[in-house]
Design a protein around this ligand. Structure first.
Ligand code: AMP
Length: 287
C-alpha cells in the first residue's frame, strides 16, 4: 500500500498540479475538515472512480466557525486520516495550516480580507440563521481551494445540503470551470448520519439521536400515503423527536433554489438541526 503524501503549502501543491495538468490528468478534489469517516470515504471512492488524480484537502477552516462554536476542540487526527487516504489510494492530502490559508492572522476576520458572500436569500435560512457568517467562510475557503488546486471535479455530500446548494450556485454565478459532484448521505447501520461530530456523543445521546432519521423517514412515509403539505408532514414527524433534543429548525425548501416549499414534490429538501447535550447535529431528506 502506498502511503499518501501530505503537502502543507500552496507552493508545493501548485507544483504537483502543474505536472498533473501537463499530463492532462483529470483531477478530483474532496474538500474536508478531516476526522475522516465512511461518509468522507464514499466521496473519495466516487472520486477515485471518476478521476485520474484524487486530492483530499484537510483544513479546519477558522473563518467558518462562529464565536463559541467547536473550532478549538474539532477533532484533528491527520495520521489516522492519512491511513484511510492511503487505503483508498488518495494521491495527495493537502493540509495547510491557518497561516498558510490566511497569512496575516489579523486578516482572518472579514474586515481586512476578501470574503466571498453567497446571496442572502441562500444564506439567511437553515444553518445560516444559526451560524452567522458561516457560509461566507465556507464559500471563501472553497473558492480558495478551487483556485489553488484547479480541480476538474469536486465532491460534496448531501449531508450538508445548504452548503452544497450554495457551492453549486457560486460555481454557476461566477463561471468556475469545474463540475460539482453531489453524493448521497452515508449513515451508520442504525440510521444516524455519519459526522465527525458524532465523536462528541455519549452512548445515551447517540441512541436518542436515532429519532432524527426516523422522523425524516416518517416524512417520506406520509408523502407516500398522500400528504402533500410540507408543514403538516413536518408537524406530524416532529412528534417523533425525543424531547431531550432541542430542535433548531425542521423545515422544507427547494433543493435547488432554497425557496421555502409549501407542497411536497420532487426535490423538496426536508432539513433538520438539533442540539443534544451541546452537540449540534444536522440531517436531511430530499424527496
Ligand atoms: P466535513 O469534513 O464535515 O467538512 O465534510 C466534508 C465533506 O464530506 C462535505 O462535502 C460533507 O457534506 C461530506 N460528508 C460529511 N458527512 C457525510 C455523510 N455522512 N455522508 C455523505 N457525505 C458526507
Amino acid at each position: 500500500m502506498l502511503i499518501t503524501e501530505i503537502l502543507y503549502t500552496i507552493t508545493q501543491i501548485r507544483q504537483k498540479i502543474k505536472s498533473f495538468k501537463e499530463k492532462k490528468l483529470v483531477i478530483g478534489l474532496v474538500p474536508t475538515m478531516g476526522a475522516l469517516h465512511i461518509g468522507h470515504e464514499s466521496l473519495i471512492k466516487r472520486a477515485k472512480q471518476e478521476c485520474d488524480i484524487v486530492i483530499v484537502s484537510i483544513f479546519v477552516n477558522p473563518i467558518q466557525f462562529c464565536l463559541g462554536e467547536d473550532f478549538e476542540k474539532y477533532p484533528r487526527q491527520i495520521e489516522a486520516d492519512r491511513q484511510i487516504c492511503s487505503k483508498l489510494g488518495v494521491d495527495i492530502i493537502f493540509a495547510p495550516n491557518a497561516d498558510e490559508m490566511y497569512p496575516d492572522e489579523a486578516t482572518r476576520i472579514d474586515e481586512n480580507f476578501t470574503i466571498v458572500a453567497p446571496p442572502a436569500s441562500y444564506q439567511n435560512k437553515l444553518c445560516g440563521n444559526f451560524r452567522k457568517g458561516h457560509f461566507n467562510g465556507v464559500a471563501t475557503v472553497v473558492l480558495k481551494l478551487f483556485n489553488i488546486i484547479t480541480p476538474d471535479k469536486a465532491y460534496f455530500g448531501r449531508k450538508d445540503a445548504q452548503q452544497l446548494v450554495i457551492i453549486k450556485k457560486m460555481i454557476k454565478d461566477i463561471d468556475l470551470p469545474l463540475e460539482i459532484v453531489d453524493c448521497p448521505i452515508i449513515r451508520e447501520p442504525e440510521g444516524l448520519a455519519c459526522s465527525s461530530r458524532n465523536k462528541y456523543l455519549s452512548a445515551e445521546s447517540r441512541n436518542k439521536a436515532l429519532c432524527i432519521f426516523k422522523s425524516l423517514k416518517n416524512i417520506e412515509k406520509l408523502y407516500n400515503t398522500g400528504i402533500t403539505s410540507a408543514s403538516e408532514a413536518i408537524e406530524l414527524s416532529k412528534k417523533l423527536i425525543d424531547p431531550d433534543l432541542e430542535i433548531e429548525y425542521f423545515e422544507a425548501f427547494d433543493f435547488e433554489t432554497l425557496k421555502r416549499a409549501e407542497k411536497i414534490q420532487k426535490n423538496t429538501l426536508f432539513a433538520i438541526a438539533v442540539k443534544i447535550n451541546g452537540v449540534r447535529l444536522i440531517d436531511n431528506l430530499i424527496i
